[in-house]
Write a protein that binds this ligand. Sequence first.
Ligand code: SF4
Length: 929
Amino acid sequence: MAAPSLPAIHASHSGCWLRGPLQNGLWSTRPVGKGEAIMAAADTPLLLLNAPLIASRLGYPDLSGLDLLELFAFIHPAQFMVPTPKGLAQALGLAEPRTDDGVPELLQAAAQVLLATCEDPAWAEREGAWSALQSLVRLRWPWAGLLAPRIAQPQRAERWLFTRLPEWEEAPERPQPAQIVLDEYAIAARLAELTGSGAEQRPAQQAYARAAGAMFAPRGQLHQPHMVLAQAGTGTGKTFGYLAPASLWAQQSGGTVWVSTYTKALQRQLRRESRAAFPPERAERTGPPVVVRKGRENYLCLLNLEDALQGGFTGRPAIMAQLVARWAAYSQDGDMIGGDLPGWLGTLFRKRGITALTDQRGECVYAGCPHFRKCFIERAARASAGAELVIANHALVMINAARAREPAQRPTRIVFDEGHHVFEAADSTFASALTGAETVELRRWVIGPEGSQRGRRRGLAARLADVASYDTDGARAIADAREAASALPGDGWLARIVEGAPFGPIEDLLAETRELVLARDESGGQEAGYGLETEAAQLGGSFIEVAGRAQEALEALRQPLVRLSLRLEALIEDAPDWLDGPARARIEGARGAIGWRTDLIAGWIALLARLGGPGDPEFVDWLALERSEGREWDIGLHRRYLDPMKPFAEAVLAGAHGVMMTSATLTDGAETQNGDWSNAVERSGAPQLGVRPEVFAAPSPFDYAKNAEVLIVTDVPKGDIPALANAYGRLIEASGGGALGLFTAIRRLRAVYGRIADRLARGGLPLFAQHVDPIDTGTLVDIFRDDPRASLLGTDALRDGVDVPGHSLRLVVMEQVPWPKPSILHRARRLAHAEKFGGDSRGGGQAHDDRIIRARLAQAFGRLIRTGSDRGHFVVLSSAFPSRLLSAFPPGTPVRRVTLDAALQSVAGSVSGGAAAPAAVDQTDETHP
Ligand code: SF4
């Protein structure tokens, strides 16, 4: 069936183009104003690509139409596509439009191809399409009418998603890994296999692999893991370097190695590269050899999806649920965040629908769930217990080490790649925060939906319905917990506090906290709109009194939860008649969930108990009012370990047999030159257990002197937004795009973006930005990588989450020196550092700050040169750049302090000359040794 020609629209920062029929019946594309474009879209459904983005370009939030991204998600679920005209063209094998005015015609061609696919007998993702379409017709999905005549009803009824998904299999318990010693020659041979016999010999990589092998030696003493700290410059080949001994050990010992990363980019790379080291055929084990394991909040919860499909979601979110169900049937692992669900799908629906389909709040009913045997989360957990390699992130490794349900899921051989982030990951993992948002979640978890709340969320009594009905002690504990939880903040808590009418002891405490934080604020309103904090010190009598009542309320909740946990344990040990297999599994699951909530409440109680008394030197406590853009969103009390590597050592290192921490920047530049490992060793947690780690260092093989240049621009005045925007705009023009702009404040990012995006777009240089474009960060990076003329502005997450080798990234521009935020926590650690390493808080504290800044600069610089052939400039728009920070850059990197004009000349020169040529006008040469 020939697809009808439909009018199409495209809008970018440089204009809008509408394609429609002329009076003579021919079609043409013409530029239109925003007003005309909006009118046309309101009149008739137009073909468009990424409705929220087009809506933001037109300044008309209610824009809707026939979005080709939605159609693509329906026809090709779980397939990767960059959501740009170029990406769409590539995915469908169409010619890429050269200019914006060619895009509407491409959209028409793409619609034709996608609609024709449905009539192709070879359509790979046909199964389930007809059934999903029947629901989408009822939901009035704009594409449904065009698809209905093209998707024939299958002769045999299609199986429902929940019956089609395969069941995971229970694997037998694995024996302990064999104690083996890896042979150095075997490691070298495995490395040669992985890198290919034709690959260049890399002595540094071989030495690195040998060093990594040391972590797999049998442990000699309890709580004394073998530890290796290995620093290897970009380009050493770290991944194969540690995968070589890791794969040998896993295969010879029968054990599991965990590789932990901080960024999703590295997880993706590891998934790719580990295929060579862990081939799928395995003699003695079942299941895949390599498993990517994430926190449960990343995966689709089938029970939530079923609820959404059966009326839990209405309107646009219900359409999204249907598209997610299409994806679930074809997904490799059900990972919704950074897996094979397109990152752009959620943002098309503008609501937090994706999050509502995951198990965010620990409401899983485990074996009580009808989909338990098909559950993606359970499948991943079981697969990781039988895998040779588990790829996870730092936080999950720490949580699993601290409270995995089964010993087989506890990591004992761990490689922390991106090891320079272990400290901050431990800092947040072992933090305690008694806030409004946290306590509301706890109340919902205990009580379940209240008032007008809908959905399948259930409270403790419903999740443990059999215990509540058959076991008197258990039922009493549940009822007591429910009653105590009603003292926690409920919906509308923040409004009540702001209006001066808090309800219950915890809301009283939060109200006092807010008042005190506001009373002590000395920013004079300058920081209006940003978070405020104050020390948990010098608290008045009324505050302590209120805190005491809050403590009692929390204790009243903790006690029945502890009783319930003990009761459940007793039921498992001495099973009554009604406790069948599924009930036992459900109770075991519930015990885990109750256990970590009683720990959470105990942490809060400890925090409150200290208020008013002498401070505990192990912790830093403070009160905070969280705000963004003038809106308050949370209030609470916070506690961090002064040194989070202490709980890390207890929870992770003590139970491990071998641990490696590796990165290009374990030590900072100044320390590397002096061979000083003291800071890196301290930050590994090893001294907490009296362990002396092996250390290893290999410099980067890249020729930074030839391929990179650091330009410190001296004439952009601080705080002058027009000058900052002018500098960004001109630098991006000079490099012809390919620029990554890094900001320390969202406010300045938005201001700069608003001033330069249109001008750049008119010159054919698209600009994208985090916190501005309605696109998730992962997709923004995909778009940036895909188009060498595109540039991207962003904040912290981009400083080390971007892996874009090659020509697409040839310029990094930092708006200023990345000073640490002067928070209470930062001040306490600064002081502690000064006390430990000598000097007053100013001198010793400065060393602490410099270390943080150099690490951030090194991470940002690391985005620029990813391979031996990458070239580019690193520009800092700040004259206040102390020379002592220059050691952040790799040795040999030329560094110049120049005017903006000179910087532009240098950047433009390298574009035309194809190399990072030295600046023509050179004020001061500070080439780093
Ligand atoms: S077992 Fe739990 S997480 Fe899995 S589908 Fe069921 S409720 Fe959701």
